[in-house]
Design a protein around this ligand. Sequence first.
Ligand SMILES: [Zn+2]
Length: 469
Amino acid sequence: MGIQELLYIPVKAIQEKLSFVETDPLPWKSFALAVSWTVALFELYLLSRQYKYYSKQAPPAALKEYVPLDKFQKSQAYGKDKAQLSFFKTIYSQIWDTAFLYYGGYAICWSAGGQVIAMMGYGPEYQILQSIAFSMVFAFITSMSGLPISIYSTFVLEEKHGFNKTTPSLFVTDMLKGWALGFALGAPFLSVFLYIFNWAGDHFVPWLIGFILAFQILMVFLYPTVIQPLFNKLTPLPAGELRNRIEALASSLKFPLKHLYEIDGSKRSSHSNAYFFGLPWSKHIVVYDTLIKNAKVDGVEAVLAHELGHWFYYHPTQLMLLAQIHTIGMLACFPAFLHSTPLLLSFDFPSSVAIHPPVIIAFILYQTVLSPVDTFVNFGMHAISRKFEFQADRFACELHSRYKVPGTQGLGKRLGEALISIMVDNLATLWTDPWYSAWHHTHPTLTERLKALERYEADANKSVPKKEL
Ligand SMILES: [Zn+2]
């Protein structure tokens, strides 16, 4: 027995359990609609819970001394406007999605894709080509449907609150670049993806997982070197105190810092951040110019200490592994849906197409009916991500006492101050409904983080052996 057959055994067991999918005419479309309405109504409910907080007249007690009242009022007004847009957006996209599913949008896009390749002289036997054309039609329609809200959000809402730095021409070039990029990456990815199905038949699972993993690793190279420079300018961080401090911090933690960049995030918006990327032995740190401008050297150093905490605890690797497990689980159940004629019929495909489901269609419909699982996975991932944020904050607090990194005294306090100044500058929401936050947020709220930072700092000081006295 070859390795391929061995790996196929569990997949086959799952497929047998799910064999009803291939034969029974189940109301898949009604199921997908019911799920999407349930989620949308729940999210509207959460939004209504959060909305009440925008009427509060004063910041939370823990923040009172740091946040000037005028800044607080501005953040409340900004939050209220964003929440109103969210209400509208949720309802708008729900109606759009419903109409799309109800009128057989996928079937219409598939036949439109067929017409596009027919104009180029290819017939439906060129399934990969039709799949690429279908994806382009679908992506175009989806992006057009979201365009009015995206324009309103950038040029009305963000503009009103002083965040928008995007010009209409930059907005259009960004969109065109995005499409070109989507095609340049998407078309080859989709071709290989579909080719694997043709070539490996129902034994596609391990091959596909290998391919997706390889693609993700390729993106680790391509994103910073090719993709990000299309939209932003990265320049080496100039020599000076900030550079010295970051380099010293990185080297004392044995962080394999290769390049240190400043990015012109302010070209589009004034929201600020910092992050790192790269391979295990060669990492790059990117700091937003807005962060450098808003936080002092002490603050930027503290924010980077937090980022290095993510590296120290292998957070990105863990998240990637979890994503892999999710992908494997999803792909392992897919064979049952791959040949499901009833699935396609329920989404209004003509029986001529449904009798031999095109892989891309079966895959997209499978994703559509799988959305409840994804909803829970997202919820879990947000919880894990918030846990990681606390862990990285704790790491920053312990740098001095536990890891004996010179010059890191009081880092927790500095981090807290930097977080406050970032939040205030970004007019971030200061009052958050716990349910809303648990559902949507990848980061703990500012008050939660400040409270935790205080505790971590106290713990760290307690454990310091006071031998120098
Ligand atoms: Zn973080």
